[in-house]
Design a binder for this molecule. Structure first.
Ligand SMILES: *[C@@H]1O[C@H](CO)[C@@H](O)[C@H](O)[C@H]1NC(C)=O
Ligand SMILES: *[C@@H]1O[C@H](CO)[C@@H](O)[C@H](O)[C@H]1NC(C)=O
Ligand SMILES: *[C@@H]1O[C@H](CO)[C@@H](O)[C@H](O)[C@H]1NC(C)=O
Ligand SMILES: *[C@@H]1O[C@H](CO)[C@@H](O)[C@H](O)[C@H]1NC(C)=O
Ligand SMILES: *[C@@H]1O[C@H](CO)[C@@H](O)[C@H](O)[C@H]1NC(C)=O
Ligand SMILES: *[C@@H]1O[C@H](CO)[C@@H](O)[C@H](O)[C@H]1NC(C)=O
Ligand SMILES: *[C@@H]1O[C@H](CO)[C@@H](O)[C@H](O)[C@H]1NC(C)=O
Ligand SMILES: *[C@@H]1O[C@H](CO)[C@@H](O)[C@H](O)[C@H]1NC(C)=O
Ligand SMILES: *[C@@H]1O[C@H](CO)[C@@H](O)[C@H](O)[C@H]1NC(C)=O
Ligand SMILES: *[C@@H]1O[C@H](CO)[C@@H](O)[C@H](O)[C@H]1NC(C)=O
Ligand SMILES: *[C@@H]1O[C@H](CO)[C@@H](O)[C@H](O)[C@H]1NC(C)=O
Length: 584
């Protein structure tokens, strides 16, 4: 069980697992060339390293920030962040690092600022001192200067710089323990056989550079990858290395289905049998190609920022379980705004993390039921209990998905007090019914719209689930129209008075005669998706505003017709939306 109070016990049991992973009984000392390390190195297999990383967490948008650590919304990393991550049950850390803005000289030396090398080395130590596995890479350099698809790309120059960079990283990190592994380059652009061939050349230069750098590098685990770290392109183009001393695994990234993960086109639903089959086919296909190679999904996520809660929890459960079924380690992407609130040491969606840990451990989870039919006209969820302002509070029944051997043990309020079965709630099969009298203690005539409280549902196995009691009404915008020209090329922030869940579900954008602002193909989608646009591309929000992006404003001007933006909210039911007209 994954109750809040047993967190420290859980962390201990996970640490125990990590330490008991087998270490191969082969020790190697420094090579004759390059760095000579003091001490010894325990060579481990790539499978041991990949297993040791499971589950892993990405320190996203930090050392990979452009131009520097601290420039992408997260302050420089502090050691307590790794304590928080370890405490949550994670075993390994992927450290994305962008080097592009830390070169102090150009050709032929391409010297990297020693202070930056030292910083990366220090952060690696923060992780390994906690007995966690760690992966260091070359991150956004992939598109800043090492893009082999760019017109006029000078391959000779990219190769020289890439070798020099890895030689210096390899020299600096040469004597780290076998907890540290390297990844040559993050998501390198590439679609063709010619691109893949050049990326293979870079991979060989990476291997040569770390070997030349010496130390323990020739025995260190490396993760190799195909173009874009995409599973299909990896299956298509990956060439097994020959003449390699390093134990190696294959890394790929998984953000699919795109519209659900990135909140595009009103796709707030996930979890049908077809959705699951598509996900499993992706993970099975690459495994079929590499039956004997350790596989690691170095990035994946379904962020609370962009996804509906029940759909997200169901995705977490199925994705992690399916990866495990195909012997594949998973490393969660966290940009700093997604999961861990680093400043406050709390997980923004603790339930998702609990579901993750439980699924990795092979324990079944109870899950909230939710709409999975993409042709549905409304969406229900058992992750939230919605009452509309002014509605007579009556009993509500929420369906759950309970594996056959899992049952509900208890439900508690935010203060830990147990609800009384019978009077507060009742259970019938997989349904939980909350009584009107119980709900009326929370939803009173003086309750303000918003999240009223969270209940905790404790099941006989797997993660606890939370249930968010929400009083909602249609939000109110401070104005209902403006002119695109007046925006003068900028985005438009419209102050909003939230009244329930403080984020849009999606945004529809059509002209008065029904022309779609963008993405006409959404006319083939279900009623919750027609004419809906994409988070970040056309719309956004912050604490106090909904936002029409500059790109959407330009699209309106290009179309030359007034466009009605309909902001839609959770619950996705008729009446929970507001419109804003952008005139030309
Ligand atoms: C590695 O070095 C240690 C001492 O530094 C020595 O005892 C050991 O025999 C060496 N191992 C190999 C394989 O050379
Ligand atoms: C090995 O130890 C010696 C003596 O303490 C020291 O001078 C040297 O820098 C060390 N080498 C490395 C790679 O740490
Ligand atoms: C490409 O880079 C190499 C190595 O830095 C350099 O010698 C060569 O002149 C460059 N070629 C072009 C066309 O710039
Ligand atoms: C194998 O790699 C080593 C070290 O990089 C290199 O010296 C050697 O020439 C390579 N051999 C072949 C056959 O590629
Ligand atoms: C992966 O599988 C596809 C088709 O199943 C095949 O064309 C391709 O060569 C395989 N790639 C590797 C690296 O095995
Ligand atoms: C799967 O994992 C097990 C245990 O970690 C390992 O022994 C086995 O070789 C792996 N199989 C594949 C195909 O990676
Ligand atoms: C509210 O609902 C309850 C039953 O759930 C009913 O007894 C009561 O009359 C309703 N009150 C109003 C004002 O509709
Ligand atoms: C419940 O059943 C699943 C699937 O058969 C199994 O993996 C899990 O260990 C069982 N849990 C308990 C608590 O018995
Ligand atoms: C209930 O949980 C949600 C999701 O974590 C959170 O946004 C909300 O603030 C919580 N409600 C209360 C009253 O704490
Ligand atoms: C419009 O934007 C331009 C450049 O982006 C700026 O120079 C100008 O002052 C802006 N005009 C207004 C009215 O804000
Ligand atoms: C809407 O109006 C525009 C411009 O007046 C026109 O091009 C377009 O065909 C109309 N669309 C429909 C669906 O009537």
């Amino acid at each position: 069980m994954w109750s809040r109070s047993s967190k420290s016990l859980l962390a201990l049991s996970f640490a125990g697992l990590a330490l008991s992973t087998p270490i191969l009984p082969r020790y190697t000392n420094s090579t004759s060339s390059g760095v000579v390390c003091n001490g010894t190195f325990s060579r481990i297999s790539a499978q041991t390293w990949v297993d040791g990383m499971n589950p892993g967490w990405n320190l996203g948008n930090t050392l990979d920030g452009i131009p520097d650590e601290g420039d992408w919304g997260n302050p420089p990393v502090v050691t307590s962040t790794f304590d928080d991550v370890k405490q949550a049950g994670f075993k390994g850390i992927r450290l994305p690092v962008t080097w592009a803005y830390h070169f102090t000289t150009e050709a032929p030396d391409y010297d990297v600022d020693p202070a930056w090398l030292q910083r990366v080395s220090d952060v690696v130590d923060m992780v390994t001192e906690r007995d966690m596995y760690v992966l260091v890479n070359v991150h956004h350099d992939s598109w800043v200067w090492a893009d082999v698809t760019k017109a006029g790309a000078n391959y000779t120059q990219i190769e020289e710089k890439f070798y020099r960079l890895w030689y210096q990283i390899g020299t600096k990190l040469a004597c780290k323990s076998s907890l540290l592994a390297y990844e040559p380059i993050n998501e390198p652009p590439g679609t063709t056989a010619a691109h893949a061939a050049e990326l293979k050349k870079l991979e060989d230069l990476f291997l040569k550079a770390i070997t030349d750098a010496g130390g323990f590098n020739p025995d260190r685990v490396v993760t190799l990858n195909g173009p874009q770290e995409n599973s299909d392109l990896t299956s298509q183009y990956f060439v097994r290395p020959t003449n390699i001393t390093n134990p190696w695994a294959i890394q790929y990234h998984y953000y699919s289905p795109y519209p659900f993960i990135f909140s595009a086109w009103g796709s707030t639903i996930w979890g049908s049998e077809a959705d699951k089959a598509a996900l499993e086919a992706d993970i099975a296909n690459i495994r079929k190609n590499f039956t004997d190679v350790p596989l690691i999904i170095g990035e994946w996520a379904a962020s609370p920022v962009a996804t509906e809660t029940a759909a997200r929890w169901r995705y977490f459960d199925f994705f992690v379980r399916t990866a495990a079924k195909y012997n594949t380690t998973t490393v969660l992407w966290d940009n700093g705004a997604d999961f861990l609130d680093r400043a406050n040491h709390v997980w923004r969606d603790q339930t998702a993390i609990d579901i993750y840990m439980s699924a990795v451990a092979g324990q079944a989870n109870a899950l909230p039921d939710s709409t999975t039919d993409p042709s549905a006209a409304t969406q229900f969820t058992s992750a939230d209990l919605f009452v509309r302002v002014g509605q007579n509070v009556s009993s509500q029944t929420l369906p759950y998905i309970l594996p056959s051997n899992i049952s509900l043990i208890s439900i508690s309020g935010a203060d830990g007090t147990a609800l009384t079965k019978g009077s507060d709630y009742s259970v019938s099969g997989d349904d939980i019914t909350f009584s009107a009298s119980f709900l009326r203690t929370y939803f009173t005539s003086s309750t303000s719209p918003g999240s009223v409280t969270n209940l905790t549902l404790d099941f006989s196995s797997g993660a606890d689930l939370t249930l968010n009691l929400v009083l909602w009404d249609t939000p109110v915008l401070s104005s209902t129209s403006s002119s695109a020209a007046a925006a003068n090329g900028s985005s438009i922030s419209i102050p909003i008075q939230w009244k329930g869940i403080n984020k849009p579900a999606t945004v529809k954008a059509v002209t008065a005669n029904g022309t779609y602002l963008v993405d006409d193909f959404t006319s083939y989608y279900g009623p919750l998706q027609n004419a809906r646009t994409t988070y970040n591309s056309q719309w956004n929000w912050d604490t106090d505003n909904v936002i029409i992006t500059a790109a959407a404003v330009s699209a309106v001007q290009a179309l030359g017709q007034d466009v009605i933006f309909t902001f839609e909210f959770y619950p996705r039911v008729p009446g929970n939306s507001v419109s804003y007209t952008l005139t030309v």
